[in-house]
Design a protein around this ligand. Sequence first.
Ligand code: PLP
Length: 384
Amino acid sequence: MASVYFDHNATTALDSIVLEAMLPWMQTQSGNPTSRHSYGRRSRDAIEHARAQVAEACGAYSSQVVFTSCGTEANNFAVKGIVGIKPAVTAQQILTSAIEHPCVTRPALAIQPLGYVSRHIAVDANGKVNLEQLKSQLVKSTGLVSVMLANNETGVIQNIASIADVVRNAGAFMHTDAVQGLGKIELNFADLNVHAMTVSSHKIHGPQGAAALILDKRVDIQPLLHGGGQEKGLRSGTENVAAIVGFGAACELAIANQKHFAAHTQALREQFEQGLKSLNVTIFGNQASRLPNTSFFAIDGIEGETLVMALDRKGYAVASGSACSSDSTKPSHVLLAMGVHADIARGAVRVSFGAGNTSAQVTDFLATLSNEILRLKQLTSIAA
Ligand code: PLP
């Protein structure tokens, strides 16, 4: 069982304050929010309070928050729902960056049989979207462009406002997946100038089971789920009151702590990457602005998956490639899109720090990492 957790981009532990806020809604208080009696009304009020907390954290209005069950659902909703406003004949093309999470790229691919065409926007060696290439790909029939705010593997941050400007000028809708941005960097829906933005609770010490699509009200999106008409008809299904309440509480904490989180985790990352220098390591995306807590690197000649398992046995939880993908043995599509050779990409390991990590943990981790690299290299040379 790992005792030091360095995988905060995958998920985070529930904050005790969040748990406390949720408990009544899992025990005594919860009524169906659509019920007219006092139990139902209390649940409805709790959801509306959480909606205001999420809106505040995202620089949005409450009326722009549509709750979903996870970031994956919100991204599917954005891609399928926005592009579905217009039939494929007039909004044929969907552009997604080559480094998106699969829950953006796969829905775009899934609707191709309906007549839509999904294409990738290339990124440069630093993992940044190439604006000139995007401009050349935007055509009259482009319905939607989706570019993530910050990448879950490299942490590289895109200039979403500039991208959105170009996309709007071309008459297309713009979505950003901000799941990794919330709580780590400043986030403001209005400033990003997008039509839709995804955020998720479990990345910010909230519970799994709640997320949101922040939506410009002028976007006449099509629902994924039809039914009882919850969330103004945009997302039917009885609300997960406890999870939504927890998401709201987590948002409040994330915003109160964001500056401290950024300063603290950036200091840990600097210490870590300084220590990596002696280990013949490639650090990905470090020439671009990155999430403060994220370091993605590869050690020449060692498989990322092997190193992750070895470190787990020593009590450290880190990730190889994208922990959110079930195809984790394939080299990271993010690194391949950045032009990294597949052999190097296969060695990629991600460390993502959290507010609870300490400098002493980083010092000890560097020593363990160095020993494990030595041991694995010796094993490889014996096997060769
Ligand atoms: N988008 C990004 C960038 C992610 O990192 C993740 C999860 O890791 C998701 C979307 C999916 O979010 P969820 O786990 O809430 O479905």
